[in-house]
Design a protein around this ligand. Sequence first.
Ligand code: PAF
Length: 295
Amino acid sequence: MNDAARTPAGGGGTPEVTATIAGLRSRIADARAGGASVAFVPTMGALHDGHLALVARARELADVVVVSIFVNPLQFGPGEDLERYPRTLDADVAALTGTGAAFVFAPTVAEMYPDGPAATRVVAGEVGGLYEGASRPGHFDGMLTVVAKLLNIVQPDAVVFGQKDAQQVFLVRRMVRDLDLPVAVEVVETVRESDGLALSSRNRFLGDAERRTALVLSEALSAAADAAGDGAPEALAEAVAAFGDHDGAELDYFVIVDPATFLPVADDATGPALALVAARVGATRLIDNRRVVLG
Ligand code: PAF
């Protein structure tokens, strides 16, 4: 860790906010000239403790931490919650104050897409069309496209993502390998409320009753983990049964995948696997996941 580079670049105070690519690049160039390493946390804002855990990890990894806050229209489909998605820049900057984040990159849509929606896109491939991608066509192409753009803008040594978006993590790792992007991908465990609810920017949309209903996601994952020793079909059956106990939660998918391929495991699979769940609670779509060991 290079303290000389860290302090002038933001230290523990309020991060410097920049809305332009040129402005961010010049600040990062200055930090690099001082010998600093750079870690990057891409976000869509509405920051919560899960994001702050990513920043804390980024701070461990590099001298200078850059956080982007950009609600990327490319990854929202028609009828999704692009307009409703919370935009809370002032609160986000306040939340980042004292975390060691040096720079917040908060561009406008016009700054990121000056010629309109990007004509050139990253294509997520087969896994990009499954699970989240099946429910949200084009989502992962849009996500990978903006992540590629952000990585080109920031050019960090490391980029930090949360395990809650497991399919996103898988696809970003794949993109980094496929395109030989010179960045280390770091993943931080999901941060949960004490009752198990995974932190999400969308949790703020939940009313009190919906908040209780939303626990079905982590409960279904626990049920699957408990039954996993009996095999994938049993684990899936227990998870789906957990949804039967909760009115108001509409299951989108529950699937157990091979972490190496992200394809569904065979019925007789054994060993480590990843259970993924998505459900709609009221008007809010939530996702979660958990590692399980199939017996
Ligand atoms: O996980 C998110 O918040 C977004 O998908 C990301 C990675 C910031 C890209 O817009």
